[in-house]
Design a protein around this ligand. Structure first.
Ligand code: ADP
Length: 792
């Protein structure tokens, strides 16, 4: 690994040295004295002293507190890592090097300035474990710590007020994202909880910022009108034949109708020109169904659990809770599997993790594996990856990949290795590419009478237990990829003395980085260990990403028998050895492109989102004069827009308009005798009606607090409902522009133009919505003075 020391690295080393000089001083202090330092630091900060200046002392205090409270004395590399984090970098530290402890130093120092500081972990369990563990140190030193997620589903409701006002919060990426989106749907200042985005340490940063970055986080709200096309279309799609009616791309990730399939669809549904505007919806459903049936695979992309479809986390095989594919894809899969079709919902707000974490003043992270993707992290987030040496040298042996022609040969060979390992009674961890493959592998082991544990999506609750056994003498564990599990495999005495854990990857994953995560399960903290990868030309990553000649080559080889001597040697050639690596590289480039794409679109949405959220915040904090100004403006805009269209001046139109937007009990007879009226007169009539109606509404309210509340809620809710429609519209728009098949088509540019047009239209609607909601809502004043508002 590249251990080049650049200027930054040297600077951090220097600071580390300084910190170490401070340690003896704090060692001598009494508990009381040590605890008092927090107050002293806070005072110094108040006087204007920079955190950077206080760092060497503050770190010294935490180091001593870590020792007294946890009984752990941070190693030099941990202190260095802690400095790296403070300055907003990614610290690459191997598994088992003690990231949890490392975080205590920068967290403490950054939190001295108050709330808005987060440690983001990959799951709820880790947030709780870490907060309970090292949380003791912060508390002892006088800082407040909270956990932003429930411990389990039976846990009591969270008190977000307390959580987010704490100095330090341990939470997950999705909890933080959802709370951010929810905060921006609140109608009262007190219901907005997050106090700021000051400092964040993302644990397993790569799995959050890279692996999860392709799907934006979405808050779903009101159900949309249900479509019954899913089931209808599914039956038809199931009757189609490959290469006759539809075709798949080589990587099997895209599918499309062939001429014949289109014809069949037209006959089947009894329509002409199914591709025309008239049947747009039918055709869209057919395309979704085609993808659901022929691209998505049960047990690889999703699992069926109790008649429900759950997506799977590609990396660790876990069920993704509460995540659904958008745009009807989820419903198409439900139709395919014959389970109940769930509601499609409107998105009430969405954000990518990239844009969520970019809001932090200082973004930092820790992971065992980021160097391979350092360039992307630098470009997207402006953060550097800095590799740390391990506390003790790594003595694990990473064996060279072994590549086979077929999947079957490879698996049988890997099984031989398992058998050998068992003879020596060393613990073995076998990783497979998917949940279904782990089950197949488990069957193979059973047939060979090898007892083992299996770790995958369906046994998530037993995970911790199984991991705690996995390093013991003779243990055999089969797992789906191990990324982000964050639980480290500890060896027992026997295993440590007899060569440590043997990691066997039965399939290279989609990226080198993820393979490295698996290798890192062995040989932690200078322990012995071995890692092997078995690859074949039939592996998913190769099939989907290898250069074209591989396919032809495979075809040719199929004719040779498996014992053919010429075959055995073939794959030892360099060209084949590099294949996995090359495929991974291709895939990585595609992934980078996709993430960039997601981000490019979200950047456009983000500009609009920020404008809306900023407007919301202004309204939230505004006083009476502001509301009056907005309301006046709304009325003016509504009136002038209405009268500017000559057609509107017919009396019928005017009375309809009043009836629908200003006053339900408007007496339409009033205008009946007049045939047409002028602009000025119409405007006057509207003004009259609006002010009359305003008086009636406001008569319900007995004081200015109620009046302000009513006005604020109306303005906010009008803004929100339009933003929700806009955000949802933008999700649809994105898929429309991306699927357009025009020459010289620039989807992103088209998206930008149309998104801005949507936005302008939304603002025009806003004035009318505010007017309508102000004048046509029903108000109920409760005995305690609070108000319920029912919108028209
Ligand atoms: P990582 O997240 O880097 O894989 P953890 O934070 O889970 O590692 O720590 C791994 C183990 O190492 C834990 O059991 C922890 O208590 C131990 N550990 C961490 N730092 C030290 C230290 N300075 N001295 C002794 N043990 C440590």
């Amino acid at each position: 690994m590249d251990m080049k020391k650049n200027n930054k690295y040297r600077k951090y080393e220097k600071i580390t040295k300084k910190i170490k000089q401070n340690i003896p001083k704090y060692k001598e202090m009494s508990d009381q004295e040590l605890k008092k330092q927090t107050k002293i630091f806070r005072e110094r900060i108040e006087q204007g002293e920079k955190l950077e200046k206080i760092l060497p002392e503050a770190y010294g205090v935490v180091i001593e507190a870590d020792r007294r409270i946890l009984g752990l004395k941070p190693y030099d590399v941990q202190i260095l890592g802690a400095v790296i984090l403070f300055f907003g970098n990614v610290a690459e530290m191997k598994t088992g090097e003690g990231k949890t402890l490392t975080a205590t130093m920068p967290m403490y120092l950054r939190a001295l300035v108050g709330s808005g500081n987060f440690v983001v972990t990959a799951n709820e369990y880790l947030a709780w474990r870490d907060a309970e563990d090292v949380g003791r140190v912060y508390r002892w030193l006088g800082l407040s710590v909270a956990v932003g997620v429930k411990k389990n589903e039976y846990d009591k409701e969270l008190d977000k007020q307390i959580i987010y006002s704490s100095d330090i919060v341990y939470t997950t990426h999705s909890a933080l994202g959802f709370d951010y989106l929810l905060d921006n749907l609140a109608v009262e200042k007190e219901k907005q909880y997050i106090q700021g985005f000051n400092f964040v340490i993302i644990d397993e940063l790569d799995s959050i910022l890279l692996d999860m970055a392709q799907t934006p986080l979405i808050i779903s709200g009101a159900p949309k009108l249900q479509s019954n096309l899913y089931v209808m279309v599914d039956k038809f799609v199931k009757s189609l034949n490959f290469s006759e009616d539809y075709d798949l791309s080589e990587d099997k990730r895209s599918v499309w109708f062939l001429e014949e399939g289109i014809k069949k669809a037209e006959t089947h549904f009894g329509v002409q020109e199914i591709l025309s505007e008239n049947y747009k919806d039918l055709y869209r459903h057919a395309v979704l169904s085609l993808k659901a049936n022929y691209v998505f695979k049960n047990n690889r992309d999703y699992v069926l659990d109790d008649q429900e479809i759950f997506l799977l986390d590609e990396m660790n095989g876990r069920k993704l809770q509460g995540t659904k594919l958008q745009g009807g894809m989820h419903q198409a899969i439900e139709a395919k599997e014959g389970v109940e079709i769930t509601n499609e919902t409107k998105s009430m707000g969405s954000i990518t993790y990239q844009n969520l974490f970019k809001m932090f003043k200082i973004l930092s992270g820790m992971t065992g594996t980021a160097k391979t993707d350092a360039e992307e992290l630098r470009e997207t987030y402006g953060i550097d990856v800095i590799c740390l040496p391990t506390h003790k040298p790594i003595i694990r042996t990473d064996h060279e990949d072994i590549i086979y022609l077929t999947h079957k040969e490879k698996i049988l060979q890997s099984l031989e290795l398992v058998k050998d390992s068992i003879k020596s009674e060393r613990p073995v961890l076998i990783s497979t590419g998917s949940v279904s493959k782990s089950q197949l592998y488990s069957n193979l082991l059973l047939n060979s009478r090898i007892p083992h544990s299996i770790l995958n999506a369906s046994t998530a609750y037993k995970e911790k237990q199984i991991i705690s056994e996995a390093g013991k003498r003779g243990a055999v564990t089969v797992a789906t990829a191990m990324a982000g599990r964050g639980t480290d495999i500890k060896l027992d005495k026997f295993s440590e003395r007899h060569g440590g854990l043997i990691v066997i990857g039965t399939e290279n994953m989609t990226s080198e980085r993820i393979d490295n995560q698996l290798r890192g399960r062995a040989g932690r903290q200078g322990e012995p260990g071995d890692s092997y990868f078995f690859a074949s030309l039939e592996d998913r990553v190769v099939v989907e990403n290898a250069p074209d000649w591989v396919k032809k080559f495979r075809k040719k080889q199929e004719n040779l028998s498996s014992h053919d001597a010429s075959r055995q040697g073939i794959l030892k050639k360099r060209k084949y050895k590099k294949l996995v690596y090359k495929s991974q590289k291709n895939k990585k480039n595609q992934d980078i492109k996709m993430r960039k794409d997601t981000l490019d679109y979200d950047d456009i949405v983000s500009v609009l989102r920020k404008r809306v959220y900023a407007a919301r915040n202004t309204v939230m904090e505004a006083q009476a004069e502001y509301f009056e100004k907005i309301i006046e403006k709304s009325f003016e805009e509504v009136i002038s827009t209405f009268v500017s269209d000559k057609k509107n001046l017919e009396t019928q139109k005017v009375s309809d308009f009043i009836f629908n937007n200003i006053n339900y009990s408007y007496d339409r007879e009033e205008l009946k005798n007049l045939k047409s009226i002028g602009r000025k007169a119409t405007a006057n009539i509207l003004v009259e009606n609006i002010s009359e109606r305003t008086k009636i509404m406001e008569n319900n309210l007995s004081n200015k607090y109620q009046l302000n509340y009513y006005r604020r809620v109306i303005i906010l809710k009008s803004l929100d409902s339009l933003w929700i429609d806009l955000a949802d519209g933008l999700v649809q728009l994105k898929s429309v522009v991306k699927n357009r098949n025009w020459a010289q088509h620039q989807p992103l540019y088209e998206f930008q133009i149309e998104a801005n047009r949507y936005f302008t239209e939304t603002i025009e609607k806003l004035w009318l919505d505010i007017t309508r909601n102000l004048l046509l809502s029903e108000l109920f004043v409760n005995p305690d003075g609070s108000i319920d508002i029912e919108f028209p």
